[in-house]
Design a binder for this molecule. Structure first.
Ligand code: MN
Length: 246
């Protein structure tokens, strides 16, 4: 049995044929965290994973949809008891996100507060151009659970703060395409690094990454960590199992 791959952030419901992707995941034995962008999408997306214990479905409200879908926070709160995983949530401080910034903060604070009340969750977090604000928000909500910063693109100083705050990280081929992404990944503690695709948004060679298509990221990490590809796969699976046992 080959060592399974881990995809800690994948938009399974946004592929043209999600069922076919589920079958492929089943064959490969990969662990996949299937994230959602709106609370309303959760039930249908979660149904895709039925019968496959290695696919977990996260309940999310993407920061870029925060103002448009803030009305779905009641659905978020109602569904939160049904999953240990929350995402994609977070903040987006890029030009597109700036307009809805205040609403984003309100929605993210609500999400984190709900996670605290629920006793803590595992969160996959978007922090594009907003690393500092995301970390500030996490600090305002002790007991929210465990943060996994996905596709981290902040500064080295912000990364150091995130490490200090016990955050985890998920890195994929999209992030590792850039020199900056590579440099950040090198600075991350290997024990807290998982792999991801962010498919179908992230692409490789002009094609959307398939769920659990993490071999490229594994090869990069193996260089940073100075161990072979097999050992890198083992390390990532081990870290994943540690994370879910927290
Ligand atoms: Mn995403």
């Amino acid at each position: 049995m080959p060592i399974p791959l881990v995809d800690m952030h994948c938009h399974l419901d946004l592929y043209p044929d999600p069922q076919a992707q589920v079958r492929a995941i089943q064959c490969s034995g990969a662990y996949v965290l299937s994230v959602t962008t709106t609370p309303r999408a959760w039930e249908k997306t979660s149904a895709l994973a039925q019968g496959n214990a290695r696919i977990k479905t996260a309940l999310g409200l993407h920061p870029q949809l925060a103002s448009e879908r803030a009305g779905e926070l009641a659905i978020f709160d109602r569904l939160l008891t049904q999953t240990r995983y929350v995402g994609e949530v977070g903040l987006d401080g890029s030009t597109e996100g700036k307009e809805s910034w205040c609403e984003q903060i309100r929605v993210f604070d609500h999400v984190l507060d709900s996670c605290v009340r629920a006793g803590g969750k595992i969160l996959t977090l978007h922090s594009r151009s907003a690393a500092e604000a995301v970390l500030d928000a996490l600090e305002r909500h002790p007991g929210f659970g465990v943060a996994v910063l996905h596709w981290f693109s902040g500064t080295a100083k912000e990364l150091a703060r995130a490490i200090e705050m016990d955050c985890w990280f998920s890195v994929g081929s999209g992030m590792l395409k850039s020199k900056k992404g590579q440099e950040l990944a090198r600075l991350m503690p290997p024990d807290r690094v998982l792999t991801e695709t962010d498919g179908p948004f992230a692409q490789l060679g002009g094609k959307a990454l398939e769920p659990a298509q993490c071999q490229g990221a594994i090869e990069e990490l193996s260089k940073y960590w100075g161990v072979d590809v097999q050992a890198t796969r083992e390390k990532v699976v081990h870290s994943f199992r540690t994370l879910i046992s927290l």
